[in-house]
Ligand binder design. Sequence first.
Ligand code: FE2
Length: 379
Amino acid sequence: MATDKTSLNLPKENLEAEDFLPILGTDYIELYVGNAKQAAYYYMSAWGFQPLAYSGLETGLKDKVSYVLQQDKIRLVLTSPLKSGGEINKHIEAHGDGVKVIALWVDDARKSYSETVSRGAKSYMEPKVLKDDEGEVVLSGIHTYGETVHIFVERKAYKGVFMPGYRSWDPYYKASDVGLKYIDHIVGNVGWNEMNKWCKFYAEVMGFAQLVSFDDKDISTEYTALMSKVMSNGNGRIKFPINEPASGRKKSQIEEFIDFYNGSGVQHMALSTDNIIETVSSLKARGVEFLTIPSSYYEDVLSRVGEIDEDLAPLKKLGILIDRDDEGYLLQIFTKPILDRPTMFIEIIQRKGAKSFGKGNFKALFQAIEREQESRGTL
Ligand code: FE2
């Protein structure tokens, strides 16, 4: 896909993503949560994640506990404080449960740190080496939007289950997986007029390029609007759309997020599957709630997107959306917020050639979100 940095006013030599890190993939997503033990059970039973590793009082920690879960290439870390008054407590007090760390798998965590900090990143963690009998992991970290951080993880000299400090976690309860494969993209919501600032950060500090941009004419309904740009790293494995609110007749879903999250943060993760009908059927059977789409959406969808491999009936029954671009089509569906605060949700996506993000579905999707906002009294 063509890159477009023109709207960022960057120097000409920055027209392509400059891969000085480079990033091999998403290493893990860490959420700070009020009760990691029960959150772990939710992600296992409802989402089919498998138990992988644990750290807490039993491994010598005094003040926090973490559960590590995995499904194919997707790794989640759920962390809760064990005492009052610490940094994790403050994060939960301010934001509710939410994503603290988007960890990026790199070849060289020291170089990733020096390259990004020298380009203006704010340091979160200077490079440090963790060792145990299985080898060593090097970590470093920088701040991004809100209180969210990126941790660079270098694990080429490590053969243990997750990283030093964790032991393998093998409870007798294991739910079957639901076919989720990898993280397709992670979306950040930022405040008014902050989208360009953070796109510039990803371009200048991380060497990312802009894939696409949507303005309020693309993404607006009768009531609400937002703007979005998608930043991607050089090899395309990392895609970070950044949203900001735009003014409409009523309150934008991005503003609702910012109000309840108390600032910028991760709005959704899109998780990829090779069979969205099977994955969503399993998730629904386990109680995951999705946005509902009116049946009128399906009356003319095939005339918009053309022929697809799947039967329309199961897509309609499950509420799965369809969109097409020059390279193919995609199937996608969005959960309702998975937390009490209307903040984070999860997208399930199956790509059949398409590399875009479902622009043709924005209207139906945002109308569905507005119906939910209305029921919360926040539209
Ligand atoms: Fe998405």
